[in-house]
Design a protein around this ligand. Sequence first.
Ligand code: XUL
Ligand code: CO
Length: 446
Amino acid sequence: MTSPFFADIDPIRFEGRDSDNPLAFRWYDAEHVVRGRTMAEHLRFGVCYWHSFAWDGSDIFGAGTLDRPWNPASRTGDATMTPMNAAKLKMEAAFEFFEKLGAPFFSFHDIDIAPAGANFAETVRNLDEMIDEAEGHMERTGTKLLWGTTNAFSHPRFMSGAATNPDPDLFKYAAAQVAHCMNATHRLGGANYVLWGGREGYDSLLNTDMGRELDQLARFLHMVVEHKHAIGFDGTILIEPKPMEPTKHQYDYDSATVAGFLRKHGLEDEIKVNIEVNHATLSGHDFHHEVATAVNEGIFGSIDANSGDDRLGWDLDRFPVSVEQMSLGMLEILRGGGFTTGGLMFDTKLRRQSIERDDLFHGHIGGMDVMAKALLVADSLMDELDEQRDDRYSGWADAQHILNGEATLQQLHDQVLSDESFDPEPSSGRQELLENLVNRRIDQVR
Ligand code: XUL
Ligand code: CO
C-alpha cells in the first residue's frame, strides 16, 4: 500500500455555495451557528468503518471490486501482511480519511477493526491490541467514537441468531462478545453502544418459538444494561430497528415495535433507538415518521444517515441525496430538541462500480452537504410550521377537561343532544400549501 492511502487528497474545506470544487463543502460549515449551536454540534457526523474500510465491494453475485489493499482477497502474497498488520494498515487509512474529511466521529463493529483469532481469547487479544492502536489515532487526530457495536450475525455460529438462538451456548458466546466490545467502547470514550439484531428474528415459524425468543432477547438486553452500569459506561444503549434482511422477520421491526417491547420489559428508560433511513423505507415508513415516533415515545437516540430506493426492497445503504427527504427528517429531529449523545452516522456504501480512491470522499462530502442543507431548511421551516400546527389544534385549549378525564362519553352525548345549534365546521388541512412552503424553503435557503 502506498502511504498515505489518500495521498492526492487535501483536507476538505468549506468553500460556500458558489464553489465548483467537488472536493469542498458547499453547505457544511462546521462553525456556522443555527439556533444557538454550530453545525458540527447539530449534525455530529460519523463515518462507519465497515462499509468504508472493511468491505471490498463484494456482493452476493460477485467478488470485491474496491481498492482495499489490506483486505485478504486483494493481498499480494506479501508475507509481512499478517492479519494484524493488515488491520493496522486499514486503521491508518481510516483515520487518514476521518481527519481529511473533517468528520468528528467514527463507528465500528469489533470484527471490522481486529481479525478473528483461533479462539475467543485470541480474538479479544487482537481486539484489545487494536483498541490500543485506535486510542493513539484518536488522540493524534481528535476523532471521537460515536458508537461501538458487536457483529453477532456474520459468523456461521450465529446463523440462528445470537440472543434469540435456540442454543444457550450461542447466547453465552454473544454475551461474552458484547461484554468485551462494550468494555472496548467504554475505554475509547464512546458516546453510545449500538445493538442491531441482524439475525434476531426468524425465517420460518415452523421451527421458531417466538415468545421464548423474545423473552431471551429481553433478558439479554437487561444484562447489557446491567453491564453498562457495572462498568460505569455513561453512553446511551441504542437498538437499531430493521424489519427484515437477512431474516424474513426481524423482532426490532421499527421504532414503534421497539418502544412497545422496551416498555413491556421495563427497559424504556435505559435504551433508545438508532434509526436508519434505509431501514425506515424497508419497514414501509418515511424517515421522518420513524424520528417522530421515537421522539414521541421518548426513545430518540441517533441516526444512520443513508438512503434506499423506493422501488428496491433491499438495504442499498446509499449516501443520502434527497434534500427534501432529509429536511423532513431533520425537522423532526429539531422538533425533538436535537441530538444528545447521538449523531448522523454514514452507514453508507459506495456503489460497487465506484472504484477510485476519491469516490469515498465524494460520497461523504455529498452526504454531509445534503444533511447540512437539510438542517438549514428544517430551521427555516420549523417556527412557521409549528405555529400553523398549534393553530390547527387551538380549539383544545378550551376542551382540556375532555382529555383530563373529567367528561364521560354520556356527558358529551347529552351536551351535543341538548345544543341544537351544535354543528362543527371542518377546516382545511392546508397540506398542499405546506408542501409548497417546503419546496420554497429548499429553493430559498442560503
Ligand atoms: C445493517 C446495519 C448495520 C448496523 C450495525 O443493516 O445497518 O450496519 O448499523 O450493525
Ligand atoms: Co445501520
